[in-house]
Design a protein around this ligand. Structure first.
Ligand SMILES: Cc1cc2nc3c(=O)[nH]c(=O)nc-3n(C[C@H](O)[C@H](O)[C@H](O)COP(=O)(O)O)c2cc1C
Length: 202
């Protein structure tokens, strides 16, 4: 029906506008306010709409509260010292400073347990990736800036232990969300469809 067609076109236009206008905003460019509790719930529930083979929910988010930033800085510092025992005070300051960026800081954790042989690690990782994409888009739609960042520390056993991750869990990246304090710079130029898609040639 024409009415449904119009509604679908409006939805497609909105979705495409949202997707094409999103760019990551570096954590140091994200100021308060971050999302309210209700907005954060909306954002996380958008993440939960990601495709998920067998509905395993192979991921979770750990929220780092404001009063936990010093503890996170201590973990970053310890990881930096593990990596470079002769790290300079400036290096240590840089490692600690990352804990204080962005008003809302989440850690994305992937669960790679062997509880379903039909859903290999690649698929679980894709589910987390799709969830994070939804999260970024929802944050953008609500007027916030956001970015995924990882770094050496998140891949260390010390970090996993400090964040109390289970044996089958893996820290993947931080998600920073807040209010952009300037114009987001375009980081990766977008590829065209013909660069990404080709016909099957046998
Ligand atoms: C899991 C993951 C971790 C990332 N970690 C970093 C990082 O530590 N530092 C960084 O500059 N970009 C990192 N990126 C890339 C940025 O999040 C961002 O996608 C990239 O700069 C392109 O910007 P755009 O989102 O505006 O296209 C990471 C991306 C992913 C998917």
């Amino acid at each position: 029906m024409a009415c449904d067609d119009d509604a679908n076109q409006d939805l497609a236009d909105l979705a495409l506008a949202l997707i094409h206008s999103r760019h990551s905003v570096a954590p140091k460019r994200l100021d308060a306010p971050g999302p309210s509790a209700a907005e954060l719930q909306t954002i996380v529930e958008a993440a939960a709409c990601a495709p998920d083979h067998h509905g395993l929910r192979p991921w979770r988010l750990v929220r780092i509260a404001d009063d936990q930033r010093d503890a996170l800085a201590d973990v970053f510092e310890a990881c930096a010292r593990d990596r470079a025992p002769d790290a300079s005070p400036a290096d240590i300051d840089r490692s600690r400073e990352k804990a204080y960026r962005a008003p809302t800081l989440l850690l994305a954790v992937l669960r790679l347990g062997a509880d379903d042989p039909d859903v290999p690690a690649t698929e679980r990782t894709l589910t987390l990736g799709a969830a994070l994409m939804n999260l970024l888009l929802a944050a953008h739609g609500l007027g916030f800036g956001a970015m995924l960042t990882s770094g050496h520390a998140v891949r260390t056993p010390r970090f996993a232990q400090a964040l109390a991750l289970a044996a089958d869990e893996q820290a993947v990246c931080f998600v920073s969300v807040g209010t952009p304090n300037g114009k987001a710079k375009v980081r990766n130029p977008r590829a065209s469809a013909h660069e990404l898609m080709s016909d099957w040639r046998r």
